[in-house]
Design a protein. Structure first.
Length: 414
């Protein structure tokens, strides 16, 4: 039996970035499908096609096709699913969008999977082989992270994730996030109670990866549990790795944690700064994480230990007026964060903001191709959607001129 897993890309011009040079290709592979491949029984032949770096242009024969992606990939997922089903190949759809839009997805699939698919996957394959595939599989319990197999990165190890295009060394150590920002579906999808992978197993996996390239921790908030994070950083010390990850601004509030991160090889962090406006921070439910008055100090502390910052900002929040664009520009200019990433607020299905906007009748576009943070798909509170698009594009152009370096992450090779 042969299983084909496809990580869907984006299918047409509508989904492309508006601004030239606005990088949308991932630097690191998504781990969902490499994990599914690892959970596939050895007697089944499994292949992964990752469209992040080019759309699949020919049909690959398989007995069963699994397709995953996020909201911005949904239309491509459905297009691929329809094509494969027309050729008689059954299709299973999964991923974060499918989890929350399962009725829509099930029109294009023989089966849909809601939630974290890994531990359901062998069961689903067994059902399929018995001719008893169900229409819907729901992962009721978040899988435990003890003894998870190593993701099959060898199946996505093509040119796409080799330097300088990207890095293959993607590792997961935790899942979930203790916070619950209203624009983010991490907590809804993966839980608020952080699940921790045993540190010896994380280190063991890192040591199996190519040693000359840096490691990216694919966690949503690596410091969600500071005790665990400190232990992980201590365990990394002897190996002199260079690494990066997403984490919250709380890294700057704990000197021991910050210094340990730097000493253990942290070269770059992705931080959700989101907004310079206190009302917005309260409204998005991030006031326990982000203190607007401490931003500049936090950036200075992180820079002082030699860590570079990819700072993420959102425009179009409810208290944003025309001043937001200048505020972000000024902050980036003064703080000298290395890579500013700005996105338009996007109500992804599954997030609190999606249900809020839906109830308020503020969602004006459900073309999922446009749910890529570069298009206004809702009615903003203090400006028109058209104005937000125009000002966003101007801001990106200005920031691109301001960028201090061309490379996204300066990982030095250990
Ligand atoms: S801190 Fe980050 S990962 Fe956690 S809920 Fe907020 S945006 Fe999502």
């Amino acid at each position: 039996m042969k299983v084909l897993l496809i990580n869907a890309g984006i299918d047409n011009k509508e989904g492309e970035p508006i601004i030239e040079g606005n990088r949308t290709r991932p630097l690191f592979p998504m781990l969902a499908l490499p994990y599914l491949a690892a959970y596939t029984p050895p007697h089944i032949d499994v292949q992964i096609y990752d469209e992040a770096h080019g759309l699949l242009e020919h049909i690959i024969d398989a007995d069963l096709v699994g397709i995953s992606g996020m909201t911005m990939h949904a239309r491509r997922m459905y297009q691929l699913a329809d094509e494969y089903r027309q050729l008689g190949m059954p299709v299973v759809l999964g991923g974060i969008h499918v989890t929350y839009m399962n009725q829509e997805a099930s029109e294009h699939a023989d089966a849909v999977v809601q939630g974290e698919a890994e531990q359901l996957w062998p069961l689903l394959l067994e059902d399929f082989q018995k001719g008893e595939l169900k229409k819907c599989y729901h992962a009721a319990i978040a899988p435990d992270l003890h003894n998870v197999p190593h993701p099959r990165l060898d199946l996505v190890a093509g040119i796409a994730y080799r330097p300088p295009n990207g890095f293959l060394n993607s590792v997961m150590s935790t899942r979930g996030c203790p916070h619950n920002c209203n624009f983010c579906c991490v907590t809804k999808m993966f839980g608020r109670k952080l699940r921790l992978r045993p540190i010896d197993q994380v280190i063991e996996e890192i040591l199996t990866l190519p040693q000359k390239t840096p490691v990216f921790f694919n966690d949503d908030n690596l410091i969600g549990n500071t005790k665990y994070a400190k232990e992980l950083f201590r365990a990394l010390l002897p190996y002199r790795k260079r690494w990066g990850s997403q984490m919250s601004l709380k890294i700057a509030e704990d000197d021991e944690l910050l210094k340990l991160a730097a000493r253990s090889g942290c070269a770059s962090v992705f931080l959700g700064i989101e907004s310079m406006n206190r009302n917005n921070i309260v409204a998005i439910n991030k006031k326990s994480v982000n203190n607007v008055d401490h931003y500049m100090d936090a950036v200075r502390k992180i820079h002082d230990v030699g860590i570079e910052i990819i700072g993420s900002f959102i425009v179009g929040l409810d208290d944003d007026d025309d001043g937001v664009f200048e505020d972000i520009y000024d902050f980036v200019d003064k703080s000298k964060i290395e890579v500013p990433l700005v996105g338009i607020l996007t109500p992804f299905p599954g997030t609190d903001i999606y249900y809020q906007f839906e109830k308020q009748g503020r969602i004006i576009d459900t073309n999922w191709n446009k749910y890529n943070l570069a298009h206004t798909v809702f009615r903003p509170n203090k400006m028109t959607p058209e104005h937000l698009d125009i000002k966003y594009n101007e801001l990106i152009k200005h920031l691109n001129r301001l960028r201090f370096r061309n490379d996204i992450i300066r990982f030095s090779i250990s």
